[in-house]
Design a protein around this ligand. Structure first.
Ligand SMILES: [Zn+2]
Length: 260
């Protein structure tokens, strides 16, 4: 029997409009983090005012605990560092024209690859991750690390860079999270943010073939396109500076923006 696993959105989580309608259904029963007490179906809505596409609700604390109790291997700190280093280096390289030193906070650091690579380049790494064991591992290495939700983060000092690689689409209220990130950055600080891009041709091609993995991605609450992400960034005090394709996961974009 399925538990009552989601807290339903009463309005669009981005623009607060109450006009939204059912958009599409996804099946998450084959997802590695799926637990049989969770609903196998994810219902997606579309906001009629801002066009945002979002899951009908986010997991209750009890359901979230079940999801976090399982871990996909690439979310474990220390996994596949040698291969991931090449992908991470490309991300740091993209940041270098804007900033080349200072404190780099990676929210949802997972394998730790991006932080370790930023450290190689001379940045001071700071990590945040909801998986407690990952945080303990980083702390044992002498790295400032936190196991907190974004809105609860209190750092020792502000940061030159904050990265959120495949994180914002997991957060129930992205605007509040970006407001907090804005606050954690130094003046003129840089944000790097990646997530799937539903405005891309490859997304549509996967939809046509019924092979798009993201409708059944149980950890995702939002599907952004580039335009909706840029509008959100601007509304939260960031100026998008550079668009790129993310090498981390399928169909993803990687945007660099500056705190204004
Ligand atoms: Zn909306």
């Amino acid at each position: 029997m399925n538990m009552n696993d989601r807290i339903l959105y009463q309005s669009c989580p981005l623009c607060v409009s109450t006009s939204f309608q059912f958009h599409k259904e996804g099946n998450c029963s084959q997802h590695p983090l799926y637990s049989p007490v969770l609903s196998p179906i994810i219902r997606w809505n579309r906001c009629l005012d801002c066009g945002h596409v979002f899951a009908e609700g986010y997991y209750t604390p009890e359901a979230q605990k079940l999801v976090l109790a399982r871990t996909v291997q690439n979310q474990v700190t220390g996994t596949d560092l040698e291969n991931a280093r090449f992908i991470s280096a490309r991300m740091v390289d993209r940041m270098l024209p804007y900033v080349s030193e200072g404190r780099w906070l990676d929210i949802g650091f997972g394998s730790g690859s991006l932080l370790f690579t930023a450290m190689e380049y001379g940045f001071t790494p700071i990590g945040s991750d909801l998986r407690f064991e990952n945080v303990e591992l980083l702390k044992r290495m002498g790295i400032e690390a936190y196991s907190k939700e974004i809105h609860e983060l209190e750092l020792q000092a502000k940061c030159a860079v904050v990265s959120m690689a495949d994180v914002l689409e997991h957060v129930p209220y992205p605007k509040a999270a970006l407001a907090k990130v804005h606050d954690l950055l130094e003046d003129g600080g840089m944000l790097m943010i990646s997530m799937p891009n539903m405005d891309s041709a490859i997304w549509r091609a996967l939809d046509q073939k019924q092979l798009n993995p993201y409708w059944g991605e149980l950890e995702h609450l939002h599907n952004f396109g580039r335009a909706r992400l840029y509008a959100l960034l601007s509304a939260c005090g960031f100026e998008p500076k550079s668009y790129g394709v993310s090498m981390r996961y399928r169909v993803c974009m990687e945007v660099i923006a500056q705190k204004v």
